[in-house]
Every structure is written in C-alpha cells, then in structure tokens.
Design a protein around this ligand. Structure first.
Ligand SMILES: C[C@](O)(CO)[C@H](O)COP(=O)(O)OP(=O)(O)OC[C@H]1O[C@@H](n2ccc(N)nc2=O)[C@H](O)[C@@H]1O
Ligand SMILES: Nc1ncnc2c1ncn2[C@@H]1O[C@H](COP(=O)(O)OP(=O)(O)OP(=O)(O)O)[C@@H](O)[C@H]1O
Length: 283
C-alpha cells in the first residue's frame, strides 16, 4: 500500500491581468505549500477497477477529481491496472487551498509509481492541467511564481513561516467568482523581480479576488476584520480561507485558540518543497 499526502497550497498573492478567449483568467500568483492536508492510500486492484473509499458524500465518485485523475491516466497509457483508493479529507472544499487539485496531483503521482508507468513529471502536469488550473503546481511540488492560468511555473524560495489558516463555515465556488462581471481583471502585469522587491504599486500581498469575495460573502470580510487585530491577514485563491504568517508555531496557535465560534482552522508550516514530493523521495 502506498500512503501519500495531498498538501494545501496558499496563494501568497494573486492578481488577474486578463482573460483568455475561452473565459479562463490570466493570473500572476505566488504558490507555497503547507505541511497539512489530505491523506490518500493506494493499493492495486485487478482489471482496471477503480474505487474510492471515504470520498466526500456530496461528490459522485465519478465526479471526484481522484477518480477523474485515475481514469485520465488509464486512458492515456492504456494500462489494464486498477486501484483501490482511500481518502482522509481534512481540507475544506471550496476553500481556496486547492484540496481537490492536490488530491488529483497525488493520485497522478501515486498511480504512475504503483502502476510503473514511467511518465515524467512534465507529462503528468500536462495531464493534470486538464483537471484543473491548480493541478500542475502540485505535480511539480516546488513553490512557484505562476503565470498563464497558473500553469507556467518559475521556482522561487520565499520565507517559510508558520501560518494560521482560518475559514468561516462556507464554501465559495471558484467558477462563480471568476464569472462575476465586477471582478478586477486588469491588474498590471509585473516582472517577477518587481514582485519580489515588493515594488508592486497596489501592494505586495494583494489578492484581486478579495474585494469581491468580501462583498459577496460578509463572513469572510468579518473574519478578515477579526484577524487583522493580530496579524496582517490575506485571502488564498477565491477564498473562503484566509491566513496570516507568524514567526513561531506557538504564536499562531495562540491566535487559533481565540478564533470566534463557527470558525475552523489549523496551524501549519510553509514549505517550498511539497510534502508529497518529500514523501515520494523517501521511498
Ligand atoms: C484561483 C486559484 O485557486 C488560484 O490558485 C486557481 O486558479 C483555481 O484553480 P482550480 O480550482 O484548479 O480551477 P479550475 O477547476 O481549473 O477552474 C474552475 C473555474 O474557475 C475559473 N478559472 C479558473 C482558473 C483560472 N486561471 N481562470 C478561471 O477563470 C473557470 O471559470 C473555471 O471553470
Ligand atoms: N477530491 C476532491 N476534493 C475536493 N473537492 C473536489 C474533489 N473532487 C472534486 N471536487 C470538487 O471540486 C471543487 C473545488 O474543490 P477544491 O477543494 O479544490 O476547492 P478550492 O480549495 O477552492 O480550490 P482552488 O483553490 O483550486 O479554487 C469542490 O467544490 C468539489 O465540488
């Protein structure tokens, strides 16, 4: 049996610089992983059979990105092998932490290993992009400045602080936010060096989705207003998760302990190498 993590990602900043003809948005974002996420276990099954244990009840197995990733790999390689997959879900869905994309990436890497397919990381990332814009960064597993729809990656090494990650009890549809006419889509495109030097005219850590998400989801606005009393808060992806960085685990835990009722969260360490890649390298 192969047991592997599917970590969360944070968008340390996110700007939208345009939109493609197919509706997808052009982004500039900084991805970093944290050492907290879902866990997936894989074992071999005969005759191409695929099954998922403990998938979220509100997602049909065939709609789950884990089964979609496995089927994509089977179709691409014509393998006759199957797998039984068990999911331990910890990341909130529709939280902006990329949980579904991370599950898909872990599935692609795990089955490539288990089925001995020999596909390269680049080939898996290309397949993964068909499942979601966030899948390639999880397949490559290094902290990255991303452009395009989030798939053009340049490795970077930002500081690796402790993060407090919090969310109100809501789920936000990524497509819903990207479809809103009011969304900011014309931010200036900057060179990576300008981002890193902090010379962005609109602020180094901005997230263009945040004003709209705050407007549509007052719970997020309220939580940002609460966290700012302790540390500068940011939002990841299209929300609903928000986060702040701390020098120590203890400092982050102390704020978590004070979180208002109805708010969930965890403390995790930022990591520039994904825990998934680390776990695979140790095998
Ligand atoms: C917002 C981010 O989380 C930032 O990391 C990602 O770009 C979202 O990535 P994701 O969840 O993997 O998104 P996908 O499953 O590919 O797309 C969901 C929906 O979001 C919109 N979408 C997504 C990514 C993107 N660059 N432009 C978009 O317009 C599209 O309407 C799409 O139908
Ligand atoms: N294994 C899975 N885990 C979570 N969501 C899944 C999974 N498979 C399919 N989905 C669907 O994908 C949607 C987005 O899930 P995900 O957890 O990736 O959201 P997110 O954290 O907002 O991601 P992002 O930051 O990429 O927007 C869910 O609302 C759910 O319907």
């Amino acid at each position: 049996m192969l047991v592997l993590p599917a970590p969360a990602k944070l968008n340390l900043f996110l700007t939208i610089t345009g939109q493609r003809a197919d509706g997808y948005h052009l982004l500039q974002t900084l991805f970093q992983f944290v050492d907290f996420g879902d866990t997936l276990s894989f074992s071999l099954a005969p005759q191409g059979q695929l099954s998922l244990i403990d998938g979220p009840a509100d997602i049909e197995p065939e709609q789950n990105l884990i089964i979609k990733a496995a089927r994509l790999l089977q179709a691409h390689t014509h393998t006759q092998q199957g797998a039984q997959i068990k999911l331990t879900k910890r990341l909130p869905m529709g939280g902006g932490l990329g949980g579904g994309s991370s599950d898909a990436a872990t599935t692609l890497l795990a089955l490539n290993h288990l089925w001995q397919l020999g596909l390269t990381r680049a080939a898996l990332a290309e397949l993964g992009l068909r499942l979601g814009a966030d899948v390639p960064v999880f397949v490559h597993g290094f902290a990255a400045f991303a452009e395009g729809v989030g798939e053009q990656l340049t490795a970077v090494a930002p500081a690796e602080p402790w993060y407090l990650i919090l969310w109100p009890d809501i789920s936000i549809s990524t497509a819903g936010i990207f479809n809103e006419p009011e969304l900011i889509r014309n931010s200036p495109k900057l060179a990576l060096a300008d981002w890193l030097s902090g010379s962005h005219p609109q602020g180094k850590w901005r997230n263009d989705c945040e004003p709209l998400v705050k407007k549509r989801h007052p719970e997020v606005a309220k939580l940002l207003g609460w966290l700012v009393e302790y540390a500068p808060p940011r939002m990841t992806g299209t929300g609903a998760c928000i986060f702040a960085s701390f020098d120590t685990q203890q400092a982050a835990e102390q704020v978590l302990a004070k979180a208002p009722s109805g708010v969930s969260g965890f403390v995790a360490k930022g990591c520039n190498q994904s825990p998934l890649i680390r776990a695979l390298a140790l095998r």
